[in-house]
Design a protein. Structure first.
Length: 150
């Protein structure tokens, strides 16, 4: 499916598997994204970017398209939530289609997903609090800013 996809949304591990690389630093992750884009998709969103030189207690998301590359850093919440990657892919695709701007789509997506995960973590439930967080999808708080890295 990758050769016919417009957008792919692997996490950092999946990006490495897909490209036969070992992305770990920002440069190596960008190089892996370039390989993935050569396979067909024009836009790549990499979730769960954990590079060794990031601030402690944080996690990042990276978006790359023909216009450039942007990264957003958020606090790392201390739990795993099944389905968060699916929500991220859906939100990013919708925001990117609506705006045509990877940086804006990334900021909106990260803001919404962070609020969803924080709400879920605070609830003590294992299931994503999708309905309870729906206002965050419609009106992201925009608490995170994308930084251009290329």
């Amino acid at each position: 499916m990758v050769p016919v996809a417009d957008i792919i949304t692997p996490n950092q591990f999946e990006l490495g598997f897909l490209t036969g690389t070992e992305p770990s630093t920002l440069d190596s992750t960008l190089a892996s994204v370039d390989i993935a884009r050569l396979m067909g998709p024009g836009t790549v969103l990499v979730t769960s970017v954990e590079r060794p030189d990031r601030e402690p207690g944080t996690i990042e998301m990276l978006a790359v398209d023909a216009q450039g590359a942007w990264i957003v850093q958020t606090p790392h919440l201390p739990f795993k939530a099944n389905g968060s990657g699916d929500v991220t892919a859906a939100l990013f695709s919708a925001h990117y289609r609506a705006t045509g701007d990877a940086a804006v789509a990334l900021e909106r997506t990260v803001s919404s997903v962070f609020d969803l995960l924080e709400l879920t973590h605070q609830s003590g439930e294992r299931e994503l609090q999708l309905v309870q967080a729906q206002e965050f999808y419609a009106h992201p708080r925009m608490q995170f800013t994308a930084r251009r890295v290329r």
